[in-house]
Every structure is written in structure tokens, then in C-alpha cells.
Design a protein around this ligand. Structure first.
Ligand SMILES: *Cc1c(COP(=O)(O)O)cnc(C)c1O
Length: 408
């Protein structure tokens, strides 16, 4: 039995897409780790913006421009409050986690020299590996990997051994998108700081499940994509400590990010505008704020508790299928289940359950090194959100069983 204080049926009514059918069956959406669905409240915020006050921000004296600027800056305040950030100018709007990470990686060019070391965890998303490899190529710094064990947990002893005075940066995700592992980021940050290194935490996968507190974590940088937490695609956040954001050079040149421009010399605008060149995703930023309002109205504690119950129920039910193996069995994990059935390619399972209206992810989940570690081509990944139900878990189990019977 799943006991929750949430009224899941009422919540589901907020998501128009959950009412649709796919291939003649009610949609069972279990690809939340790739992107979450959008509630009517967020859709309304988007429509309202384009119907009533679409205008460019920060530049116009006219009323529409001021309304748009106010709404955009109000969204920045909502983000600041949600993540318990000291200054609103420490909230940089970006197009998402990938851009946030690239902004920092590019900015570190001038801070690194040959022989410096960057530590990344073994369970990173490609967007948290490639920018650092590029940074190492540019600077001669060396990338080192914090290993993980078979359960999909970081080997913290090894991490502590890898930290030296050469370590300048540590990068790790808060939650692994492929395995669901919740990493001990507080310990990671504290140890890195003792060694004199800065830390960037990729919060893309955590933000829909855990309300991260920037001050309590004392993290240097933290990244989020709105589309994984009920917001639209193409917008996200980079949190950076003021001292770091002041030191980092601008990422892109253009309008909005300047104080004064002549052909001889340009001076840059103050934070956060220094990192927000050009017309931003205004509507997206406002909708990001609406998404935070929506999720907070449900409550992150209730969400985490319910999703944990779904995770345990789904784990139990799936493991009852003979030959099914789950990858990522960390003691602390979010509602992500990566699995395979012996002798069957994950893609084939994904294709068959799609015919039954069930959306799961198959493949390497942008985390090829994890698949190499387990010596598998990929997995089937079912990722649950607070709007999923036990009934949908049952449908998944039925679908996977059917796929197995057809394919073996
Ligand atoms: C989704 C995800 C990313 C990439 O986010 P984008 O929105 O595609 O930029 C990075 N890291 C993790 C852990 C993710 O889950």
C-alpha cells in the first residue's frame, strides 16, 4: 500500500498531457529523468506572457517592457528564495545545465595551468565530462576520475585520496540521471574546500526531487534545468558564489552584458547581466518561476516521500520478473530504475512497451562511461515523478513481462 498525503488524482488533472492516449492506450509517462511534464499553471504563465505583455526587458521605458522586466526579475527572486541563495545577482539565467557548465568551464581557462587537476565523478552525464575535457585540452590540466562501486555509489575513500594541493576543481552530479544515486555532496564539497578546490554540482537531476540549500551546502556553483522540474525547455540556472562570478570573465559578448562600449574598449555590466548577453528566454524564465511555485505548492517533502514509496514498490515488482537486473542500487537514490533483462536488448523492450503507451528511456542516457563500467550497451530506464501512480507501475511490469515473453 502506498500512503501519501498527496491527492495524486487531483495533481494528475493539472497535467493535460497525462489525459492523452498513445498507440490506443492511456499514456504512462515514465521518462521524467529526461524531461518532466508541464502543469496547466505553467502553460498558463507562458500563454499569459505572450497574450498580455510580450516585450524585451531591461531596455524599454514603455509599460509592457517594464511589466516583462518585473516578471522576469520576480522569477529570479523565486529561484533565489527556493535555493536559499544570498544575492539575486548570484542567480544567472542560462539555457540550462549544459550551458551553465560550459560557462564555468570556459571561465576557468585563465585560472588553470599545466599539471593542475580536475576531479570528476565516474557517473557523470556527458555534459559534465566533455566541457572539462575541452578545458583540460586548452590548459594542460589533468582530468581524474572518482571511481564508483557496483552498487553505483562513489568510492569516497578514493575521492579523499585523489584530493591534493594540485586539485583545483571538483565536479559531480547531485543525483545521477542514469542510476538515480544521490551523491554525498556535502562531504564532497567540504573535503574539496579543505584542499583548496572549487566545486560545481550538477543539480539537473536532483532539482525535481530535492530542494537544495546553497548556503547550507556552501557550494561554489550549482546548475539546474527548468524542464526537469515542470518548467519549459531552454531555460535554467547557474548559481555561483558572488566572489567566483566576479572573478570569472564573461562567457559571451553582446547586448545586455556591457556597461559601456567604444571601439577601443568595452566595460562589462554588473552581475548578473555580465553573464546574460543578448535577449534571454524571457518567457521561459517567467515560466521557470511558475514551475517552482507549482512544485512548492505541492511540497518537496511530500514529493520525496511519495516518490520513495513508488521507487520501492516498482523495484520490488520489477525484481519479481525472472532475469531482470537493476543497475544502480545505492542506499540513497531517487525514483530512477535502470534495468535489463538477460538476453534482450534494451531498445527492444522500449519499443514494445511504447506500443502499450508506456514511455521509458533506452540507451546509454548520456552516460556512456557508466555503461562501459557495467559492460552493457545500455539500459531501460523508468523514472517516476510525483504524478505517477502505483497503477502505472503495474502497467510497466505487465508491459515488460509481455516484452520478455515475446522476445525470449
Ligand atoms: C539532464 C541532465 C543534464 C543536461 O541537462 P540539459 O537540460 O540537457 O542541459 C546534465 N546532467 C544531468 C545529471 C542531467 O540529468
Amino acid at each position: 500500500m502506498i500512503e501519501t498525503t498527496l491527492d495524486i488524482q487531483a495533481i494528475r488533472k493539472d497535467f493535460p498531457i497525462l489525459q492523452r492516449e498513445v498507440n490506443g492506450h492511456p499514456l504512462v509517462y515514465l521518462d521524467n529523468a529526461a524531461t518532466s511534464q508541464t502543469p496547466q499553471q505553467v502553460i498558463d504563465a507562458i500563454v499569459d506572457y505572450y497574450q498580455r505583455y510580450n516585450a524585451n526587458i531591461h531596455r524599454g521605458v514603455h509599460t509592457l517592457s517594464q511589466e516583462a522586466t518585473d516578471a522576469y526579475e520576480a522569477a529570479r527572486q523565486k529561484i533565489r528564495k527556493h535555493f536559499n541563495i544570498v544575492h539575486s545577482h548570484e542567480v544567472i539565467f542560462t539555457s540550462g545545465t549544459t550551458q551553465s557548465i560550459n560557462l564555468v568551464a570556459t571561465g576557468f581557462n585563465s585560472f588553470l595551468k599545466e599539471g593542475d587537476e580536475i576531479l570528476v565523478s565516474a557517473m557523470e552525464h556527458h555534459s559534465n565530462i566533455v566541457p572539462w575535457q575541452m578545458l583540460c585540452e586548452r590548459t594542460g590540466a589533468v582530468l581524474k576520475v572518482i571511481p564508483m562501486n557496483l552498487e553505483g555509489e562513489l568510492v569516497m575513500e578514493e575521492y579523499h585520496n585523489l584530493l591534493t594541493s594540485r586539485t583545483k576543481l571538483v565536479f559531480c552530479n547531485h543525483v545521477s540521471n542514469a542510476l538515480g544515486t544521490i551523491n554525498p555532496i556535502k562531504e564532497i564539497i567540504e573535503a574539496a574546500h579543505k584542499a583548496g578546490a572549487a566545486v560545481l554540482i550538477d543539480g539537473a537531476q536532483a532539482a525535481a526531487h530535492i530542494k537544495a540549500d546553497m548556503q547550507a551546502l556552501d557550494v561554489d556553483f550549482y546548475t539546474v534545468s527548468a524542464h526537469k522540474m515542470c518548467g519549459p525547455t531552454g531555460v535554467g540556472m547557474l548559481y555561483g558564489k558572488e566572489e567566483w562570478l566576479k572573478k570569472l570573465p564573461p562567457y559571451q559578448g553582446g547586448g545586455e552584458m556591457i556597461a559601456e562600449v567604444t571601439f577601443e574598449k568595452t566595460t562589462y555590466a554588473d552581475l548578473p547581466h555580465k553573464f546574460e548577453a543578448g535577449t534571454p528566454n524571457i518567457c521561459g524564465g517567467i515560466a521557470f518561476g511558475a514551475a517552482l511555485d507549482y512544485m512548492n505548492s505541492i511540497g518537496f517533502d511530500a514529493i520525496a516521500q511519495y516518490e520513495d514509496e513508488l521507487l520501492h514498490y516498482a523495484t520490488e515488482q520489477l525484481l519479481a520478473i525472472d532475469g531482470l537486473k537493476i543497475y544502480g542500487t545505492a542506499a540513497h537514490k531517487t525514483s530512477v530504475i535502470s534495468f535489463n533483462i538477460e538476453g534482450i536488448h534494451p531498445y527492444d523492450i522500449g519499443t514494445i512497451v511504447d506500443k502499450l503507451g508506456i514511455a521509458v528511456r533506452t540507451g546509454h542516457h548520456c552516460a556512456q562511461p557508466i555503461m562501459d563500467f557495467y559492460k552493457i550497451p545500455g539500459t531501460v530506464r523508468a523514472s517516476f515523478s510525483f504524478y505517477n501512480t502505483k497503477d502505472e507501475v503495474d502497467k510497466l511490469v505487465e508491459g515488460v513481462t509481455r516484452a520478455k515473453n515475446m522476445l525470449l
